[in-house]
Design a protein around this ligand. Structure first.
Ligand code: GDP
Ligand code: ZN
Length: 310
């Protein structure tokens, strides 16, 4: 007999499913080809001993975030999210290119986004404040909060209401602290899953948590700072929402917004309607995607390959 379930935890090939009657069931993919991730809705069958389910197929994903694996291929990280929370903080010094890459990955995957400014009880440098205002002007919603003082945590919780969210951002911005605020039971649940699967490395465990405010959060150390795959970006705008808005006004329908004539994006850059640093991120990401498409340019092994030698 076949039945449906949702993957609520993934630990390598060990999966935990939630089935229709609310029960949780251990499972594993049936066949090597099936790359099942947390959040997936799956079709399954019980194995001969009825103590484990075999996942036969994955239902079409409403959304999927991809990371680049060691071979530079796009590999699913988490499925069926509706919201990506991109966290930053006054300290460590924000790397806005990292923030932009997450925002672009999210909009390319059709996800809603919020920029989470954590540690808001700390002073924000004017330069950082100016960047945050530029995000707001570009159409992003910001939530200021503090995992330490609990300021803004209610707003964060309510942003997650009705959503399936994940929290990402550079190391040290307070993601683990925020997750502990949002899901006090998180540590316990992860601990149980690790014990259940021989206590191997924890970084691949992703888990879907029900939040008190009605939302859900998929979290794991491997999701919190994954490197989004370039190949999964929307090809025309690379996921920059303000560029996607202007692109239909460019002369060429395949305009890359680099040096083409009558480019609405370049015009907006010159008039100041597009923020110069956001455009710089766009250019950097554009070069990286072109490097990926034309591997004849040898790269130095780092993640930020340059298209031209000098
Ligand atoms: P992660 O690497 O993003 O998961 O960040 P952590 O949650 O491990 O936090 C990194 C450091 O920032 C820790 O020392 C936390 O105690 C601290 N931290 C987290 N949230 C806040 C906050 O709201 N305010 C302040 N001042 N420190 C925080
Ligand atoms: Zn253009």
């Amino acid at each position: 007999m076949e039945f449906d379930g949702q993957v609520i935890a993934a630990f390598g090939r060990h999966l935990l499913l939630k089935v229709a009657d609310g029960r949780e069931l251990n499972a594993r993919p049936f066949g090597r080809q099936l790359a099942v991730v947390c959040g997936d809705r799956v079709r399954c069958r019980l194995d001969a001993h009825h103590d484990e389910a075999h996942v036969l197929s994955i239902e079409k994903r409403a959304s999927c975030l991809y990371r680049s694996n060691a071979r530079g291929e796009a590999e699913p990280v988490v499925a069926n999210l509706t919201l990506l929370l991109v966290a930053l903080a006054p300290l460590p010094q924000p790397d806005f290119f990292v923030v932009d890459r997450y925002l672009c990955a999210a909009s390319s995957a059709g996800l809603d986004t919020r920029i989470i400014v954590n540690k808001c009880e700390l002073e924000v440098e004017p330069a950082v404040r100016a960047e945050l205002q530029a995000y707001a002007r570009a159409g992003f919603e910001l939530i200021e909060c503090s995992a330490r003082s609990e300021l803004g945590i209610a707003a964060l919780r309510s942003a997650c209401g009705g959503a399936v969210a994940a929290l990402v951002g550079q190391s040290g911005v307070g993601k683990s602290s925020l997750v502990r605020r949002l899901v006090p039971q998180a540590d316990i649940a992860t601990g149980e899953l690790v014990r259940a699967t021989d206590g191997r490395h924890t970084t691949t465990t992703s888990r879907l948590y029900e939040l008190a405010g009605g939302g859900r959060l998929i979290d794991s150390p491997g999701v919190r700072d994954f490197a989004p795959a370039l190949a999964a970006l929307e090809p025309r705008s690379l996921g920059f929402i303000e560029i996607a808005q202007l692109a239909p006004q460019c002369r060429f329908s395949d305009c890359r917004h680099m040096r083409e004539p009558d480019c609405a994006v370049r015009a907006a850059l010159e008039s100041g309607a597009i923020h110069a640093r956001r455009y710089e991120s766009y250019r950097r990401l554009r070069r990286m995607t072109e490097d990926l498409a034309e591997p004849r340019h040898p790269r130095g092994g780092g993640s930020a390959g340059r298209r031209r030698g000098g």
